[in-house]
Design a protein around this ligand. Structure first.
Ligand code: UP6
Length: 273
């Protein structure tokens, strides 16, 4: 659980994408990530434009769009510049290295060309992180220093198997490939997990926590929620909320409430509230 301010972390982080992310959080005073799980381009762009001022990151599942065309991600990129947020494609890569390289860079969705951040699971073992890191470090990779990876280290769904050795390997690989991995998607802090190579000197992995909702405890399909306050108290640097924000009558007002609760919890964590 970091007690440093986003501003401090923006100054000292070794990864340029993490520095940018913390810089955005500090300047916009928000640690909210909206999970924009809308299924039409119009709805997705509409919510991105309306909520843009209040979020640090927009999280997408681009493959759930009914009417996907590359122009939608071009429009998202423009909105990311307009409102100063990063785009996180929640792709959860889960295959052998050779396959994920093609899914990430190139392919039907051209993910590397528009998503600042992507994530992967550890189910395949170290090779998946090694492969994605290798792609990002290729001489001809056009987005050097503008792309980063998160490891999905735990899951919020009931009965998840992302525990124990799975989570430990997540931490081990984050340390081993910290030139591309900036942190985790998880619901607990992981820095205390011991691995051969770590903790690293000045280790500062970014923790994104999903399953955040101010009005519900869960859904009928096994999702489990906590509030923004409890997520940040548990160690979340960024809180990811989907239906809690986009599926209510007034998403803008609601996003502002999540932002306020998330920001206040952050201020008390760093001792400024
Ligand atoms: N997500 C989780 N739990 C995880 C990993 N990812 O909920 O362990 C993602 C989902 C969805 C979002 O794929 O996009 O976070 C949560 O949405 P919700 O707030 O509407 O439940």
């Amino acid at each position: 659980k970091s007690k440093l301010s986003y501003g401090e972390r923006a100054k000292h982080h070794t990864h340029p994408v993490a520095r940018r992310l913390f810089g955005i959080a500090e300047s916009k005073k928000t640690n909210v990530v909206v999970s924009a799980d809308l299924t039409t381009s119009k709805e997705l762009l509409d919510i991105a434009d309306k909520l843009g001022p209040y979020i640090a990151v927009l999280k997408t599942h681009i493959d759930i769009l009914d009417d996907y065309q590359y122009s939608v991600v071009e429009a998202l990129k423009d909105l990311a510049v307009k409102h100063n947020f990063l785009i996180f494609e929640d792709r959860k890569f889960v295959d052998i290295g050779n396959t994920v390289q093609k899914q990430y860079h190139g392919g039907a969705l051209q993910i590397s060309s528009w998503a600042h951040i992507v994530n992967c699971t550890m189910l395949p073992g170290e090779g998946i992180v090694q492969a994605l890191t290798q792609t990002a470090e290729r001489e001809d990779f056009p987005y050097k220093d503008e792309r980063a990876l998160l490891i999905l280290a735990t899951m919020t769904s009931k009965g998840s198997l992302a525990t124990g050795e799975y989570t430990r390997l997540s931490v081990e690989c984050a340390r081993k490939y910290s030139q591309f991995v900036i942190g985790f998607v998880a619901s607990r802090t992981l820095g205390e997990i011991e691995t051969e190579a770590g903790p690293l000197e000045n280790e500062d992995f970014v923790l994104f926590t999903t399953g955040v909702n101010m009005a519900s405890k869960g859904d009928k399909l096994g999702q489990q929620y906590q509030t923004p306050k409890s997520a940040v108290e548990t160690g979340a640097d960024f809180i990811i909320a989907g239906r809690g924000i986009y599926a209510v009558p007034d998403p803008v007002e609601t996003a502002k409430r999540y932002r306020e609760e998330g920001w206040n919890a952050y201020l008390s964590r760093i001792g400024e509230a």
